[in-house]
Design a protein around this ligand. Structure first.
Ligand code: R5P
Length: 288
């Protein structure tokens, strides 16, 4: 389908202006916007587009967010902190979203922040298919931290592989200190799966641990959302990391390319979900 016609501009003071240049009355609108870097710009642009469509009497408005930013603050870890995952849900609903289509939320519970339908797709089957074809020598799925256990177990179960878990202790907002590994990794090829690679600190912390435990220095790293903030590229460039497999839920952020980066397309999955939502068909088969 062609994209809808929309003009997005900036006022002199930097505020965003949106105008749809075709009739939106009664349409089934899908607004595609990953709220990735620059996250505040992208989020505000999305909210304004939703508002414009609502005021133009669109029939139904779906916010398609391949990457849902601000999700990592999904609970209060300390007094007087916000829950931005919930705040974004409220903003989307207030702006006019009737439903949300997204992929690999940082935490599944974020669906419960909404009182509108949320279709939550997973990239894990894409990674599993890709890895299966690699025929890696003695692979072991390694959860890079305790937050990655569920996703890692799902991958291990799907590929019928053993699982190991690295426990890391958080010592600052973007910093983690590694403490121990549970499971057998010696002589094996580690495969790690994450929802997000931001600074890559979690991943390289886990790589350090499995290397000390005698794992093969050919780690495969999978992550749905390649945020690649700050020092991520340099960290991922280290020799022990054989390949970094991500999806295209986020456009590549500015910066040097990473030669060992493989990008799998999430587009067919999202497109099929959009088609099914439009036709009021079940999307649940896409979740597996
Ligand atoms: C954490 O809770 C996430 O699942 C990722 O492990 C984390 O956000 C990755 O961040 P970074 O790449 O900065 O370690």
């Amino acid at each position: 389908m062609p994209l809808g016609k929309v003009s997005i501009a900036r006022f002199a003071d930097g505020e965003i202006h949106v105008r749809f240049d075709e009739n939106a009355r009664g349409v089934d609108a899908f607004v595609l916007q990953p709220t990735s870097h620059p996250v505040n710009e992208h989020l505000m642009e999305l909210l304004i587009m939703l508002d414009a469509l609502r005021r133009a009497s669109a029939g139904r408005i779906t916010a398609v967010m391949p990457y849902y930013g601000y999700a990592r603050k999904d609970k209060k870890d300390a007094p007087r902190e916000p829950i931005t995952g919930r705040l974004v849900a409220d903003l989307l609903t207030t702006a006019g979203a009737d439903r949300v289509l997204t992929m690999d939320l940082h935490a599944g519970q974020i669906e419960g922040f909404f009182n509108i339908p949320v279709d939550h797709l997973r990239a894990l089957p894409l990674f599993a298919d890709y890895l299966r074809e690699k025929n890696l020598p003695d692979p072991v799925v390694v959860a890079a931290d305790d937050g990655a256990v569920k996703r890692s177990k799902q991958l291990a179960d799907r590929l019928d592989l053993p699982l190991a878990i690295v426990f890391q202790r958080r010592v600052g907002r973007d910093a983690k200190e590694t403490v121990q590994v549970v499971g057998e990794v010696e002589g094996r090829t580690p495969v790690m799966i994450e929802d997000i690679i931001s600074t890559a600190r979690t991943i390289v912390g886990a790589v350090d641990v499995v290397m000390r435990q005698g794992a093969r220095p050919q780690v495969y790293v999978c992550a749905t959302h390649a945020v690649l903030a700050g020092p991520a590229r340099e960290r991922l460039a280290r020799d022990e990391i054989q390949e970094v497999v991500v999806t295209n839920t986020i456009p590549p952020p500015p910066g040097p390319s990473l030669p060992k980066l493989t990008v799998l397309s999430a587009a067919p999955l999202l497109a099929e979900a959009i088609r099914r939502i439009h036709l009021d068909q079940s999307v649940s088969m896409l979740f597996t």
